[in-house]
Design a protein around this ligand. Structure first.
Ligand code: PMP
Length: 331
């Protein structure tokens, strides 16, 4: 794989050695699926982006239950059966096997070989959990200096309508984000923000959008946006408000920032030529979020799965005996 040299940085600096696939840990070169996999042709898969943080007590996975709950909802749309206990266990075990503490964890469940018709059922299903050393997909410096974002360069593109593809982490839906990212990068921007036909702000390609007016924090709501787990946590930390926001309102905000598992809290330093000064509220929320994910602050209900299972016990290997997990789970 070649390094992406466009305005945005890409990740996967080095592949992990061990990948969990269909119940077994395999060397990355041995974890394979057919080129006739249904998911490869039609995007019939669901994934999550989860992070583990390094703490003095060892690696800590943030909001694992909430992520797996969202994955389950996506899987239901595609008739994919998911074994959440196995996935939870694999998410922590893949860190141990690869000797990682700060990592990005990528569970993926997809329809495999067994027919290329659009009807589902005959396909074999695959489940994968990979972990890679952490590196921000917006670039390591983005949190400090902010990103240069655009609405204008993607103004002819629309976010997938929820009525067409549910706003969950379905693999095929991400073609929409890739198209926007390409258009933004070609115009010299680092990130794209979608608006709808009424010029209401939706979300960025891989983050939710916030605006700050004075001390007041607004988390943008839009029916086509992914219900972000970071968004919920930050909204609670900020004691902010959720509401729709127009492009014009966004451009007159005092501060604009993006939230996501990967982006965490990333300031927007410029939006279509409008520069935002470094924002005190954004910086405060960045620090509070770091405290939260590193377990230094009281846990918020926002990091817990709203509709998910109550609480999270340490994931146990579902079948054979496993060594006790050494990874903590922040819920
Ligand atoms: N929107 C989209 C389209 C995303 O892919 C992501 C990343 N998962 C987000 C928003 C942020 O969601 P989260 O905070 O749960 O990572």
């Amino acid at each position: 794989m070649t390094e992406n040299t466009q305005a945005t940085t890409n990740w996967t600096p080095r592949p992990p050695q061990w990948i969990w696939m269909d119940g077994r840990f395999l060397d990355v070169t041995a974890a394979q699926a057919s080129v006739l996999s249904h998911g490869l042709h039609y995007g019939t898969g669901v994934f999550e982006g989860i992070r583990a943080y390094s703490t003095p007590e060892g690696p800590r996975i943030f909001a694992l239950d909430a992520h797996l709950d969202r994955l389950r909802r996506g899987a239901e749309c595609l008739g994919l059966a998911v074994d959440l206990e196995s996935l939870a266990w694999a998410c922590q075990e893949v860190l141990t096997r690869n000797g990682l503490d700060a990592a990005y964890i990528r569970p993926l469940v997809f329809q495999g070989m067994g027919g290329l018709g659009l009807d589902l059922g005959a396909q074999r299903q695959h489940s994968v959990v990979a972990a890679m050393p952490w590196r921000s997909h917006l670039g390591g410096a983005a949190a400090a200096r902010g990103v240069k974002a655009t609405i204008a360069a993607v103004s002819t593109l629309r976010r997938n309508r929820a009525a067409a593809i549910p706003p969950l982490k379905l693999t095929g839906g991400y073609v929409n984000a890739v198209l926007a990212k390409r258009a933004a990068a070609a115009a010299g921007f680092e990130e794209a923000i979608f608006v709808d036909d009424e010029d209401r702000v939706c979300e960025a390609t891989g983050e939710n959008v916030f605006a700050v007016f004075g001390d007041h924090v607004v988390a943008v709501t839009h029916p086509d946006a992914l219900p972000g787990i970071t968004r919920r946590a930050v909204l609670e930390l900020a004691r902010g408000e959720e509401r729709e926001l127009s492009r014009a309102e966004l451009l007159v905000a005092d501060e604009v920032f993006l939230t996501g598992t990967s982006a965490e809290v990333t300031p927007v330093r410029e939006l279509d030529g409008k520069r935002f000064p470094e924002g005190a509220v954004t910086r405060r929320l960045q620090a509070a979020y770091q405290d939260l994910v590193h377990g230094r602050a009281p846990r918020t209900a926002a990091a817990r799965p709203g509709a998910g299972r109550a609480g999270h016990r340490m994931p146990q290997q579902p079948r054979a005996a496993a060594p006790p997990p050494s990874v903590q789970v922040t819920t």
